[in-house]
Design a protein around this ligand. Sequence first.
Ligand code: SF4
Length: 325
Amino acid sequence: MNHIFGPVNSRRLGRSLGVDLFQEKICNLNCIYCEVGATTRLTCERAEYVPTAEIIADIDAYCRHPQRVSELDFVTVTASGEPTLHSGLGKILTHLKKTVAKPVAVLTNGTTLYDAGVCEELASADVVIPSLDSALPASFRKLDRPASCLDLQQIIEGLVTFSHQYQGKLWLEILFARGINDSNKDVDALRRVADRMRIDRIQLNTVARPPLESFARPLAQQKMLAIAKQFRLDNPSRPVDLLAQGAAQEDDHDQQKDFDLESNADRQALQDEIVEMLKRRPCTAADINRTFHLGGPDKVEQLLDPLVHAGTLQKRSHGDRLYYQ
Ligand code: SF4
């Protein structure tokens, strides 16, 4: 199993190499908007679900190509699930800091930060991006469908304490789904929690990619802008980003990857790389082109449509866009 994917061009982290700590979807939540799919193991247990040595070996294999490493802006530790449930997280972060001379970010659903051990392990990351989708128990249950071992108040207190102890950059992500956590009451409760935290940025998101459940629907742009305005009023010097709005605004780059699409071996290698990326996140042809610089979305379609016919990939529409997954 290759635990490395990308690099992907991420709006918030630039050219970012992904490190996925799992082989299956292990999480303590089963969010209705999840892009990875249904949680196969709903658990709060921290364990070495994949040997830490196996992940470190994949990192080392990537680092054998210094040219590739030099082109990265970030390494992002994530998982097909919740990465802080991997008990080797601390070791992996320490290894990354020692061997890859690039800043390291961790994406987490923020539910385990009440655990002092997890907080200690995260200390070596340069950026931690936790989520908090709701500060009200009913909306939290509807949207994130937590394992029974989780307690929302404990999660919130953990986030607040961690935000004041952690020395790196902390970006809080909040995802809104229409009719579930977008009421005034919900937004006010989230603002009260954000006010108690030390946060470098707030990143507001909505259901922008094909979700696990069809009833997970995005907020209209006007509504997202209105919510962003409220967060900005609370603290005008703290940046508030709209993540979902930015996807269509990323710049295309002219640089080309070193792939010769006429060569079968290169085509296959490229298809494999793209499939690895799509396992973690559905993408449009334009998204894929931005990451792999293939010369336009039509070239992406030429490359991937045979995989759709073969059943390896699917095309699914969400909003007015068509996603590969
Ligand atoms: S969105 Fe993240 S936290 Fe929610 S179920 Fe998917 S992997 Fe877990």
